[in-house]
Write a protein that binds this ligand. Sequence first.
Ligand SMILES: CCCCC/C=C\CCCC/C=C/C(=O)SCCNC(=O)CCNC(=O)[C@H](O)C(C)(C)COP(=O)(O)OP(=O)(O)OC[C@H]1O[C@@H](n2cnc3c(N)ncnc32)[C@H](O)[C@@H]1OP(=O)(O)O
Length: 300
Amino acid sequence: MAVRTLLGLLRPWQQFRTTIITLRGKTLVEHGCARSMSTDTTTDNLTLSLDSKTGIATLEMHRKPVNGLNLEMLTDLNIALEKAENEKSCKGLVLTSGLPKIFSAGLDILEMYQPKPERLAEFWRTLQNMWMRLYGSRLVTIAAIAGHSPAGGCLMAMSCDYRVMATGKYAIGLNETLLGIVAPFWFRDTMVNTIGHRETERALQLGHLYGADEALKVGLVDHLCDQEEVVKAATEEMSRWLKVNAVARQLSKSAMRQATIDKLVVRQEQDIEDFMTFVQRDAVQKALGFYLQSLREKRG
Ligand SMILES: CCCCC/C=C\CCCC/C=C/C(=O)SCCNC(=O)CCNC(=O)[C@H](O)C(C)(C)COP(=O)(O)OP(=O)(O)OC[C@H]1O[C@@H](n2cnc3c(N)ncnc32)[C@H](O)[C@@H]1OP(=O)(O)O
């Protein structure tokens, strides 16, 4: 409180600072505001910005062409999520995309196709960490989904507390079987926790991608609105969640989610090994190759 009062005495130009951080050979530019203790970050892959009045951060993904989750993007996501988590004035986070018609195409398949083992292990660990951070966040997290959200994109959306999706011809779901791969147990658990066991069983086997109406019907998303309105609708919903006592809400969230996260915590190394063995199998490499080819041919 005393710190806030002191900061309030600073002149506006004294309240802003710009810091440049170099990370993994990339430059992060930070524009910080001392009054709100907020820190905005932009990288090649995303922008994190905090509205100091509301305490709501927006995390906008913008890795072209489809927000494919590669190692660098996942690293940036981890840093941004940690930053929002550690920022005391931040209470909620809207996760969205700055690319048209895409929330996220999920994991960058090129990370799994003909991989270098060392990078493959790091890639998977970084994904695990991102999921644990997002699923277990103390913040109210709302996904604003204005585009396609298959596989890893669906995982990110399901890891939020609430999902707003645009009406339109967009698809969301865990479609791994269509690629000839298997959704790992923590992807499956997250879906079971969201839409229930029977619906998950059906969706996983079929690799079913839900349209927006169907996703709403099974509870995979919570609200539909026009494409242009998704972030606004997410922010409006957020204000409802922020009225709830924060400690009580966080404890309730953790009571519902921690056991699912702990399952991965105790099996994290084994899960990396399982992933590496599975992905490097000849049959899986062949299937991924065909799938990549089919994506390329689709474009003509
Ligand atoms: C038993 C033990 C088990 C242990 C675990 C084992 C296995 C591991 C499981 C791993 C879990 C995997 C999760 C994933 O997320 S896998 C990725 C799944 N994603 C997809 O299937 C989406 C594929 N993409 C699309 O369907 C479409 O691109 C779209 C998202 C609907 C967007 O369509 P559109 O706007 O028409 O764009 P294009 O299709 O033209 O795509 C533009 C370029 O982007 C490339 N692309 C698309 N998606 C990906 C991707 N996920 N990774 C890499 N690259 C991607 C596409 O090829 C185009 O490239 P080009 O310009 O070079 O042709």
